[in-house]
Design a protein around this ligand. Structure first.
Ligand code: GLU
Length: 305
């Protein structure tokens, strides 16, 4: 298959909608991104990569970080993790408070904000003051790249305007589902959302999930195949908030989006993909990014169904 040609066709086809989405502006640091950016990258098991657009431009990974932190937590807390976080789609926006109240502070899944905050709390219990550097180390190792860091301006903006996330963590603390100091947990959570990566880095970083938990290039094992199955299953059912069903319907691949405009997806046993376009649809997922992935699976016939 001529992947480079297919990517170029996709880039041309989504061009008219690049400026139609809305940039995340809940913090000023994200609102300044140029909406006409577009990048799409593929990583294959044999080390070949393909890409179009701004593939080396770093952007804020935001909720894509939840895939990495859930992967870290599931390998340490496999038996008990899902007593504190569910594994059902929420059908609610990523930062919703309502469901959390009537479900007694147990978030529906690790990919909505509340669930990701509980996961960060679990990692904080294990790694204490080293937690954020352990998260960065994990991402560096799945990416086989040391050049990954977070954007301090985005992190402090997240903290300054994080009223709703603070409400979520306080409510969960009142239900005793947060065990560490709230300020410590949120400092780590805001930093993990503020990690900057490019689409070529993110697509490389997802290869282990496409290959049952083992990096197909370095052969390093990060998860058991059962754990990798769980992470990928939740990406399929919960990776796009209350538009997860729509994403599965259109694209047919496990994927995870972030409000920075990135989406990662995996084609099990074949490849991993990242697309980036900062304009978002009404559900907070990249508008052109979702379309690009839909075009990719339509043109190549590569989906899990
Ligand atoms: N930093 C964002 C928040 O916690 C992450 C949300 C997202 O990427 O979907 O509000």
């Amino acid at each position: 298959m001529n992947y480079q040609k297919i990517l170029q066709e996709i880039k041309d086809e989504v061009k008219p909608i690049l400026n139609k989405g809305k940039i995340a502006d809940y913090i000023p640091a994200l609102g300044r991104v140029n909406p006409s950016h577009f990048a799409m990258s593929l990583s294959l098991f044999d080390g070949r990569t393909f890409g179009v657009g701004d593939v080396e431009h770093k952007f804020s990974i935001q909720s894509i970080s939840k895939v990495f932190t859930y992967s870290m937590a599931i390998s340490h807390y496999e038996k008990i993790l899902h007593k504190r976080v569910g594994h059902e789609p929420s059908g609610n926006p990523f930062n919703s408070l309502v469901q959390l109240e009537y479900e007694n502070g147990i978030p529906r899944n690790p990919f909505i904000n509340a669930g990701a905050i509980v996961i960060t709390d679990m990692l904080n219990s294990k790694y204490k003051e080293k937690t954020f550097s352990k998260i960065l180390d994990f991402i560096k190792s799945v990416n086989n790249n040391q050049n990954i860091n977070y954007d301090k301006e985005v992190a402090s903006s997240e903290a300054e305007f994080g009223y709703r996330n603070m409400a979520l963590v306080n409510m969960m603390k009142s239900f005793k589902n947060i065990t560490n100091n709230i300020e410590d947990v949120m400092d780590i959570y805001f930093k993990q959302c503020s990690i900057s990566m490019s689409s070529s880095e993110l697509s490389r970083a997802m290869l282990f999930l496409a290959n049952h938990g083992i990096d197909p290039i370095t052969k390093a094992r990060f998860l058991t195949s059962s754990q990798a199955k769980r992470v990928s299953s939740l990406m399929l059912t919960c990776g796009h908030y209350d538009a997860s069903g729509d994403f599965a319907f259109r694209v047919g691949l496990p994927g995870k989006s972030g409000v920075g405009g990135g989406i990662v997806a995996i084609v099990p046993e074949h490849m991993s993909i990242c697309v980036w376009s900062p304009g978002l649809n009404s559900k907070g997922n990249s508008l052109a990014g979702t379309k690009a992935l839909e075009l990719f699976t339509t043109k190549t016939g590569l989906s899990i169904f």
